[in-house]
Design a protein around this ligand. Structure first.
Ligand code: ACO
Length: 329
């Protein structure tokens, strides 16, 4: 069929919050943050920047990387847990900001697994010939700092803002191998309360009380989330490799969701993939649905990818959701 990754781009806001900054805000230390998470700094959007602004910058970078114009896009999908507002969707706002045509534009929400879910959705829709989606942009974008409780030391040090965009193109050439080799997605709603923002939706609409009780911020049971993250990512990667009949030796890069260095280490050990696991969590923190694409863009920009390379991407997030995709660069 010929659906391939045409190009990628990413963006992080200028402002950096270091561990030293957090030492002045909450009862923590650089030593605690580095040993428990591996994170040293994260980027934080300005008050003027909404999620769609951050997403639009990544979209423009991906367009520049491919030489395409925004009007060439046939669909825009944004994965986010920090949309500008409930309606309209963030993808429609990005469409306007980058000057794309009237292509379909919608959001999906699968927390940090969002980019892998989006890849599956886009690939499925592009595979239906009569739908005629030739060029699709998938974006993972977060202004997650708006959900972070900067008085809660157990969560505030973990997250950063950023966005990444991947452009998929169907070149119509049956000789071009598809980028998607194999993928598995999963979710288990019984763990929903492990990681949630309780208020602001229809279950608990915003009120003076929800604001006073800080219920519009991320609440997390870190330890249990940690365990499930390691198990779900390692298991799903093994399933995907088995299904594709591809060994880890054939994989150039494994890109786990960049949530925590210790989670990444544990997944790498289980997969016996220490030498090919990509890491940049130290510089960006957990950027949720943006993280896999930010990693992909960094590998591409630094010349560490060649056409045909196998990349094993995996993520987990609130829901709980998880997924893995073996993709061909
Ligand atoms: N600085 C200093 N001490 C801290 C901090 C901090 N920033 N945060 C917590 N502590 C304290 C705790 O209060 C606790 O103290 P106590 O024993 O006196 O009660 C102690 O450190 C140990 O806390 P734990 O929670 O047991 O620490 P743990 O080793 O589990 O590390 C962490 C916590 C880093 C949050 C870890 O559990 C983790 O990374 N979990 C996964 C989180 C994650 O990746 N979430 C993102 C999901 S993706 C998405 O969908 C958004």
């Amino acid at each position: 069929m010929g659906i391939r990754i045409k190009g990628v781009g990413s963006y992080v806001p200028e402002r950096v919050l270091t561990n030293a900054d957090f030492e002045k805000m909450v009862d923590t230390s650089d030593e605690w943050i580095v040993t428990r998470t591996g994170i040293r700094e994260r980027h934080i959007g300005s008050p003027e920047q909404a999620c769609s602004d951050i997403a639009a910058e990544a979209a423009k970078a991906a367009l520049a990387n491919t030489g395409l114009a925004a009007t060439d896009l046939d669909m825009i999908i944004v994965s986010t847990i920090s949309p500008d507002m409930v309606i309209p969707n963030t993808a429609a706002l990005v469409q306007k900001k980058i000057g794309a045509g009237m292509c379909p534009a919608f959001d999906i929400e699968a927390a940090c697994t969002g980019l892998i879910y989006s890849m599956n959705i886009a690939y499925g829709m592009m595979s239906v010939p009569t739908f005629n989606y030739r060029r699709v942009m998938i974006i993972g974008a977060e202004k997650i700092s708006t959900l972070v409780d900067y008085t809660d030391r157990s969560t505030c040090v973990l997250f950063g803002d950023g966005a990444s965009a991947v452009i998929l193109e169907n070149d119509g050439d049956p000789e071009t191998p598809d980028f998607m080799v194999a993928s598995k997605l999963g979710a288990d709603g019984k763990y929903g309360s492990l990681l949630c923002v309780p208020a602001g939706g229809s279950a608990m609409p915003a009120s003076a009380e929800t604001v006073a009780n800080r219920l519009h911020h991320i609440q997390m049971q870190g330890g249990k989330t940690f365990q499930l993250a390691v198990l779900s990512m390692a298991r799903t990667c093994q399933l995907v490799l088995r299904e594709a009949d591809v060994s880890l030796d054939q994989v150039r890069w494994a890109i786990p969701h960049q949530a925590n260095e210790r989670i990444i280490d544990a997944v790498a050990t289980r997969l016996k993939a220490e030498d090919k696991v990509f890491r940049n969590v130290a510089r960006f923190g957990n950027t949720s649905s943006a993280s896999i694409g930010i990693a992909l863009d960094e590998l591409n920009r630094t010349g560490q990818l060649e056409r045909g390379d196998y990349i094993l991407a995996t993520a987990f997030g609130a829901g709980l959701t998880w997924g893995a995709a073996l993709i061909r660069w």
